[in-house]
Write a protein that binds this ligand. Sequence first.
Ligand SMILES: O=C(O)CCC(=O)C(=O)O
Length: 354
Amino acid sequence: MGIVGNLSPDQLQTFRSQGYLVMESFASAEDIEAMRSRMDQLLQDFDCSSTASIFSTKNQQHTTDNYFYDSVDNISFFFEEKAFGSDGELQQPKELSINKVGHALHELDPVFKRFTYSEKISGLFSSLGYKRPIAIQSMYIFKYAQTNPQEYCWQQPGIGGEVVPHQDNSFLYTDPPTCTGLWLALEDATITNGCLWAIPGSQKNGLVRRFIRGEDGVTFDRPSPVYDQKDFIPIEVKAGSLVVIHGDLIHQSFENQSSKSRHAYSLHVVDTDGCKWSQDNCLVEKHDALIPLPSMGEEGLPASLTFYDSFSDPSVWLANWFFVVLMSWAPSSTFFIFLHVQCSMEVLDHVSLF
Ligand SMILES: O=C(O)CCC(=O)C(=O)O
């Protein structure tokens, strides 16, 4: 059976008219805990010395651009603009200096992959009419709380920087445009800690500009329109809420001015059926290498997420028969070989699952 759409007609109507939809309690407390503690671990394991030098050295546009391009199939760490002092040194611990981690968490990390390829997400894209949805990039965004100036000699108010008004289709362009953003609050997001803001209905005016990759790096093809801040409304949500964002919706977020952090997992999905990935996008095309989210009309889950059914595999029966024969011949050593093989298969099974 294919994946069934899970949005109600009212939810679809809201999404179409205002350009975004809030789905409360979309992620469970366990999902959130799993993603947060996984990111804690990734951060602890991250050796920041070489990456910090890329971002702290002035006039290194080329190197930072390359680091960005390579992040398409990596788990890369991006520093906050204000993380470094004039001496090029981090002003606070690395755990408080990262702006985001991306852009292939959904492919490379088992915890983020499991959430991304869950039926809840597939159902959503089926509801939105996607035929072959691809998760094209993922980000863990920190938006750190204000740090204590005495503790870290920090002069600026709030390190978790702003995200200027933008449309996601500018960065992840297909022809016709199909990007939808999913923004999952991993902590409560409020006006003071930097929640999303959006101009409801702005998606109806279409895409205003594109972010294009050329020989000299990446640039916008047009200047940004001037937006009236009065048109934006805050989208305050509880942890676990998902904000579904139309690719043409104008949205932004401000600096975190509070003492509470605001973590989020952001995922961008495009359709690849009847749509063409634009070759001048800042991230290179890699659709062929990607597994589509299970979608309406597809039978079951994609191969990478199916579970291995050992009972119907003749080679497993043959191997077991072989062990039975060996067992009757040399019982004790065969028992240990058997244990060893079973353990290896467990590990392999696990690897192929992710
Ligand atoms: O997390 C934020 O503050 C902004 C995220 C955003 O704009 C996006 O994921 O498209």
